[in-house]
Design a protein around this ligand. Structure first.
Ligand code: FDA
Length: 583
């Protein structure tokens, strides 16, 4: 009991939020301990779609290759099928995750990295391994019990499940990345909006070789509309690929008002056979679990030295694939700020911008994911499925979309419209890349947001508005090609300018020395640090060649200035001091 262990940051949880926080902090050289309740990482596949924003973060911390090596690649995940069963009638397909040729350009243009599919059972070990190799003290079978914070730190009581003993970890900061039933979030009384357990879902994992049924229409998602598909769950029955094409997960809804059903192996096998549409399918059931669909988010993510990230602050169904992605992006936002405070580069007030910047994202993604689930309703309606119908009536309604009649034609149009609506779940590029922060860690300018001429949920619009993510373009020279993101290191701030803005180099050096904060300058121009190979930077930079864009470690834009001022060092120092809470 007298044992006390000291650290700078204690992370509770080794899921996507916790393990990535550990990885980011260790990459930045911040002393940290990660504790997690169980013996190992996630034991079920869970989240899988890994979007471009997350992949570029992985690229930044140099694990993108390791992730791609374990992932199903972008081009194999997007021929998303809607059917009455996998072997049965196909209702239609939608090209997803940017795989439509007309959308693919948007994805290619927006980021150096493409999305991919990696189940949590494969991703978490990569995060934990790299975090631990870079310095994290990882403690499995260790449970968070409680904490008390004072002016200088937090005393955290933890329980070693192997020895049955308790001890105290003294830490400067505590991150609760302990999932949807977060004890840390409840101990600091984070304010929550919305409801938990609004619908019931059952996961069934199984092994069966379905290559012949799906290999010609490769996707991670096969949506099944048949009797029962519109009860509970995540919009419709889902057959989800874990590994092509012999490991699978089914998500099937149940009526939560009836309480949790008992699911025997025989029941699970029956659901599998129904959805695959092969009555005697040889399938090995590897697991079943029940879970509740949630629509809840925290409106504030911090109390003093304690922060929550991930599902602890946003709880929602898997629709849009935002859970793990947003969790990792939360930690990416938080970790550099903690590092800046630990290293004495920033005032503690910088830490408050985590909540200010990420709470709106929590709300946005919880709302988006739930709306996407509900939008399946339009497909059921188009097909003529209604509550209270018998199974025969439902089969007949689904089949009547084939009728050679005016009614049949009308139905076919409605089905197409309902399918198009699903772009908001499967091609929501603007939701994924268009996050815009407004806080004291961003110096806004008078120009206001660059208008997005297209639907901002579906389409990302590159700009250098303060608060948005740095636009990606390829730059380099005759030997090398880099993304602009590659030139902005996670441990530093970066100033981007052009040839006539070369004076920013001296200014940045001066401010860097003065504030004790790393600042790199990248001068983009022929024969400078890097060349605007395709003239794309010139198109997107949104300032004059001699202006400057100050990029934060997390690749969001902190400040920009249109042209070279009389005293660039003074302007830069003012901006950066304000971002770091030092003015
Ligand atoms: P996460 O829940 O992953 O991690 C919490 C961590 O905290 C764990 O390591 C746990 O051991 C630890 N912990 C909890 N309490 C603790 C304590 N008191 N002390 C110490 N450690 C503690 N998403 C999706 O996009 N597609 C999907 O198909 C699914 N499917 C799915 C299935 C199931 C069964 C679940 C539970 C969840 C999903 N999800 C999902 C959601 C997705 O898994 C989720 O968004 C991310 O895992 C969130 O990551 P976090 O790191 O925030 O929490």
């Amino acid at each position: 009991d007298s044992q006390v262990v000291d650290t700078d940051v204690l992370i509770v949880g080794s899921g996507p939020a916790g393990a990535s926080a550990a990885l980011f902090l260790s990459t930045l050289g911040v002393d940290n301990i990660m504790i997690t309740k169980y013996r190992w990482t996630a034991n079920t596949p869970r989240a899988h779609i890994t979007n471009q924003r997350t992949m570029e973060i992985f690229r930044d911390v140099e694990i993108e290759d390791q992730v791609l090596a374990e992932a199903t690649p972008h081009h194999m995940i997007g021929d998303t099928v809607f059917c009455t069963s996998i072997a049965g009638d196909e209702i239609g397909r939608i090209l997803t995750w940017g795989n439509h040729p007309a959308r693919h350009a948007d994805y290619e243009l927006a980021s150096p990295s493409l999305n991919c599919d990696i189940p949590q059972t494969y991703l978490e070990p990569i995060l934990v391994k790299n975090a631990t190799m870079r310095g994290t003290q990882t403690q499995f079978s260790t449970e968070y019990l409680s904490h008390v914070q004072d002016a200088d730190g937090v005393d955290v009581r933890v329980f070693n499940r192997l020895t049955g003993s308790e001890y105290t970890i003294r830490t400067k900061f505590l991150i609760g990345a302990d999932g949807a039933r977060s004890k840390v979030a409840s101990d600091i009384d984070l304010p929550l909006e919305g409801e938990m357990d609004i619908a019931g879902s059952m996961n069934i994992t199984f092994k069966a070789d379905l290559a012949k049924l799906v290999g010609h229409r490769p996707s991670v998602l096969y949506w099944v509309v048949q009797p029962g598909s519109n009860i509970g769950g995540i919009g419709a029955g889902l057959v989800r690929m874990i590994r092509p094409w012999d490991e699978w997960l089914i998500v099937w809804g149940f009526d939560i008002s009836q309480g949790p059903p008992e699911v025997t192996e025989a029941d699970a096998l029956q659901v599998v056979r129904n959805l695959i549409g092969v009555p005697d399918l040889d399938a090995e059931i590897t697991g079943t679990s029940l879970w509740g669909n949630n629509e809840q988010y925290a409106t504030h993510l911090q109390s003093g030295r304690v922060f929550c990230a991930g599902d602890a602050v946003h709880k929602h169904p898997p629709s849009n694939g935002l859970g793990s992605n947003t969790s990792i992006q939360d930690s990416y936002n938080l970790a550099w700020k903690i590092a800046a405070v630990v290293y004495g580069q920033a005032d503690d007030s910088l830490l408050e911008t985590y909540s200010v910047e990420r709470a709106p994202v929590a709300k946005q993604i919880v709302t988006r994911a739930n709306q996407s689930g509900r939008e399946f309703g339009q497909l059921f309606e188009a097909l003529g499925l209604e509550p209270g119908q018998s199974e025969d009536e439902m089969h007949a309604a689904i089949a009547s979309r084939k009728d050679n009649s005016v009614e049949g034609a009308r139905k076919r149009t409605k089905v197409r419209e309902a399918m198009e609506l699903k772009n908001y779940e499967f091609n929501a590029h603007g939701v994924e890349l268009g996050q815009r922060y407004a806080s004291t860690a961003v110096v806004s300018d008078e120009r206001g947001p660059t208008p997005n001429p297209r639907d901002p949920e579906l389409y990302y619009e590159a700009s250098t508005d303060p608060g948005v993510r740095l636009p990606h373009v390829w730059v380099g020279d005759s030997r090398d090609k880099h993304s602009t993101h590659d030139l902005a290191d996670y441990s530093r701030f970066t100033v981007f300018t052009g040839t006539t803005g070369s004076a920013w180099e001296d200014a940045a050096r001066e401010v860097s020395d003065h504030l004790g904060v790393g600042i790199d300058t990248v001068v983009i121009g022929p024969d400078r640090d890097t060349t605007d190979l395709y003239f794309d930077w010139d198109r997107v930079r949104g300032i004059a060649e001699d202006g400057a864009i100050l990029v934060r470690p997390d690749k969001h834009i902190a400040w920009r200035i249109q042209t070279l001022p009389e005293n660039p060092a003074a302007e830069l120092r003012n901006a950066l001091s304000s971002v770091l809470g030092r003015d």
